[in-house]
Design a protein around this ligand. Structure first.
Ligand code: CU
Length: 183
């Protein structure tokens, strides 16, 4: 299974290596994609970060994400409730015209659930994003160091747990946290 994952990532790399870091799709610019390397071999989940800039005049919505690197990709954010940060799943992420929507540790992230293989620093994978109006775009996500851009304590926020209602997310939460040790 590890080999399959590497092959998929490798093919994705070949197909995308000629493309610019920022992709335009309709009125949207998608760029600054990155992910953190998994901290250990047992990592089950990871997170990817992107920036989406809506240059048009109508709101669009990011409604789906897919990657060969993981079984499932979901949109998550952190919300503060009673002074405690909690991770919440979003069905869609609104992309209004104007200021870019920035995914970052401690905030919005594309949760990669059930990684086919741990994310290795220096590698990359493809991520296909589906927008309601603009359609689909495939981007390349480079994998940075384990603690990359760790100024905002993503992992600490995951420790709070508790707020997750459905069991699947709860399990994910634990695995996600176990997979990290960089804080
Ligand atoms: Cu998450």
């Amino acid at each position: 299974m590890l080999r399959t994952a590497i092959a998929i990532v490798f093919l994705g790399t070949l197909a995308l290596s000629a493309q610019a870091a920022e992709r335009r799709i309709g009125d949207l610019m998608v760029g600054h994609a990155w992910a953190r390397a998994s901290a250990g071999k047992m990592a089950r989940n990871g997170a990817a970060y992107i920036t989406v800039h809506n240059l048009g005049s109508e709101v669009d919505r990011l409604v789906a994400a897919e990657t060969p690197a993981a079984a499932k990709a979901q949109f998550h954010t952190h919300v503060s409730k009673d002074g405690v940060m909690r991770m919440t799943r979003l069905k869609a992420v609104e992309v209004p015209p104007g200021a870019p929507v920035v995914f970052r540790p401690g905030g919005l992230h594309v949760m990669l659930m059930k990684l086919l293989a741990p994310l290795k620093k220096g590698g990359e994978f493809t991520l296909t994003l589906t927008f309601e109006k603009a359609g689909q775009v495939e981007i390349t996500v480079p994998i940075m160091a384990v603690g990359a851009m760790g100024g905002q304590q993503h992992d600490d926020m995951h420790k709070d747990g508790g707020g997750h209602k459905d069991g699947d997310h709860d399990k994910h939460h634990k695995m996600h946290h176990d997979s990290k040790s960089d804080s």
